[in-house]
Design a protein around this ligand. Structure first.
Ligand code: SF4
Length: 172
């Protein structure tokens, strides 16, 4: 039985991005798929945003982080949090997760975070969905697609997934 890991759906070629495009990771799709069974998730599609859709971004309103349309026409923070909380519990069988970098929903770190007053951004945000997933499953190995091109980081991630899978099997 293959080890199951979650993955941002756009990395497998699913046309779920804001522009109805995808962000296929050849390495994930063609190589790692021989080792792992994927459970693809697109949080933005899951909360009903559809394709094509307006882009969203993380905005810091004096310490309160919101996930809003780039043109400020809507706010999906609460919907995304609620979805992420429920989904994190449903996905407790996973042994790892690969997320799409830079996304305000899926990004793991260094996501653009805009200042609500000045409008300037700094690479200091965490995607709302992944942030809640990490809070709910703190031991789950998570990595960004781009970092898997680095041999050392790749081996480190795969090793952590196998170790976590073994540990979960032991305590089951
Ligand atoms: Fe969907 Fe996440 Fe990919 Fe954005 S980064 S298209 S929310 S799976």
């Amino acid at each position: 039985q293959q080890i199951q890991i979650g993955i941002s759906a756009c990395l497998l070629g699913e046309k779920v991005r804001f522009d109805a495009g995808h962000k296929t990771s050849n390495y994930c799709r063609d190589e790692l798929s021989r080792v792992f069974h994927y459970v693809p998730v697109c949080p933005e599609m899951a909360i009903g945003m559809g394709t094509p859709r307006k882009t969203i971004r993380l905005v810091d309103h004096q310490g309160e982080i919101r996930l809003t349309a780039t043109d400020n026409s809507f706010d999906v923070t609460d919907a995304m949090r609620e979805y992420a909380l429920g989904k994190s519990q449903q996905l407790d069988f996973l042994s790892g997760y690969i997320v799409c970098a830079k996304s305000p929903s899926c990004g793991m770190e260094r996501v653009k975070l805009y200042d609500g007053q000045s409008g300037y951004s700094r690479k200091a945000g965490v995607g709302i969905y992944t942030q809640i997933l990490m809070q709910q499953q703190p031991l789950l190995p998570i990595e960004e697609d781009g970092r898997l091109h680095d041999l050392g980081l790749r081996e480190n991630f795969i090793t952590r997934v196998f170790a976590y899978h073994d540990w979960k099997s032991l305590i089951a």
